[in-house]
Write a protein that binds this ligand. Structure first.
Ligand code: PBG
Length: 328
């Protein structure tokens, strides 16, 4: 046998220059992949979120400035989250389907001035309930079917205001089907449903709950009776299959980086548009490390690229604006 002195395969050849590395990259992040979440509040100007470095709640008076900045950076899609005044919260989340509530008002303002910007609106009751749960509560249990009736109304109000994409984030069983039917009946055939199909009962949502002010409402309660057990991934496939059958156009996995295996399994199994959410806790963890000099700024890009490698088609990330500057 001929004894080789040198390796015949040198994987390092393709790593030897930047251009070679670039043309052989298996995945990349582009601005089309980025979705910027925005917190909207009934205030003038901006109010910073203490648990999320660089993130502010945005008043309606400056909303268009914010959207213009996002649009100018080349980002095409935003996800809006209302921060609802305490007085407007009740046990039943009735404000959720008020057609002139904060979310609907924001959608109308954006659509009128930036019709091409895609708006994702969350469908869930937690910004509106006094107890902070995503649904109606009876005997300490979040009711499924009763909650869905409210979600249908909320979905219609948001669709009517002009939301392009509705994103049920509540994890009630059967809500995608019910919302789809309500949309069809009311002539919203082209309203897209992005279901938070596999949403885990995660502790990475903490800063978000601070940002929207549901943390104090929720107190020590958990959402484990409706959000998924963090140990499961087969169940995530079941959730996704159900939502596709009920009429979801896009499915989402959330959180992102701790659940890359789930993103990968879902994409491989169903081959449908699959989004992932780099949630508030992931964002803050990385940003705080950067701000304190423990990690380099580049880790954010690396984290987002891992979503692409896993198979995500688009990513909701609070870093969308910053990252798109780096992609310029
Ligand atoms: C509400 C909702 C949550 C997030 C998005 N929609 C919080 C929760 O379920 O408690 C979390 C987003 C984030 O942490 O960035 N249904």
């Amino acid at each position: 046998m001929f004894e080789r002195k040198y390796p015949s395969t040198r994987l390092r050849r393709l790593r030897s220059s930047k251009y070679l590395r670039d043309i052989t990259a298996e995945s990349r992040l582009s601005k089309d992949d980025l979705i910027q979440p925005i917190f909207i509040k009934d205030i003038n100007g901006y109010e910073s979120v203490s648990t999320m470095p660089g993130i502010s709640r945005v008043g309606l008076d400056v909303l268009l400035d914010e959207i213009k900045e996002i649009a100018d950076l080349g980002i095409k899609c935003v996800a809006i989250f209302p921060v609802v005044d305490k007085e407007k919260k009740d046990e039943f989340g009735k404000e959720s389907f008020n057609e002139s509530n904060l979310a609907c008002s924001a959608i109308k303002i954006i659509k009128k001035n930036f019709p091409e910007i895609i708006i994702i609106a969350d469908v869930a009751l937690d910004p509106y309930t006094s107890h902070g749960h995503d649904g109606l509560v009876k005997n300490n249990y979040v009711l499924n079917d009763e909650t869905i009736e409210v979600l249908e109304k909320q979905a219609l109000a948001l669709a009517k205001a002009g939301a392009d994409i509705l994103a049920p984030s509540d994890m009630m069983d059967g809500r995608v089907g019910a919302i789809r039917e309500a949309l069809e009946k009311n002539n919203f055939q082209n309203t897209v449903i992005l279901s938070y199909a596999a949403k885990f009962s995660s502790n990475f949502y903490g800063p978000f709950r601070d940002a929207v002010g549901s943390a104090s409402n929720l107190g020590k309660e958990s959402k484990s009776s409706y959000q998924m057990l963090t140990a499961n991934s087969d169940e995530a496939l079941h959730e996704v299959a159900m939502d596709i059958n009920e009429g979801a156009d896009i499915v989402m996995i959330k959180p992102g980086m701790p659940y890359l295996d789930v993103i990968s399994k879902v994409k491989e199994t169903f081959k449908i548009p699959t989004f992932a959410y780099q949630v508030s806790g992931e964002y803050s963890m990385i940003m705080l490390a950067i701000d304190n000099g423990l990690l380099e700024k580049k880790v954010m890009l690396e984290s987002l690229l891992s979503f692409k490698r896993a198979g995500a088609d688009a990513i909701l990330t609070y870093a969308a604006k910053e990252i798109s500057k780096e992609l310029n």
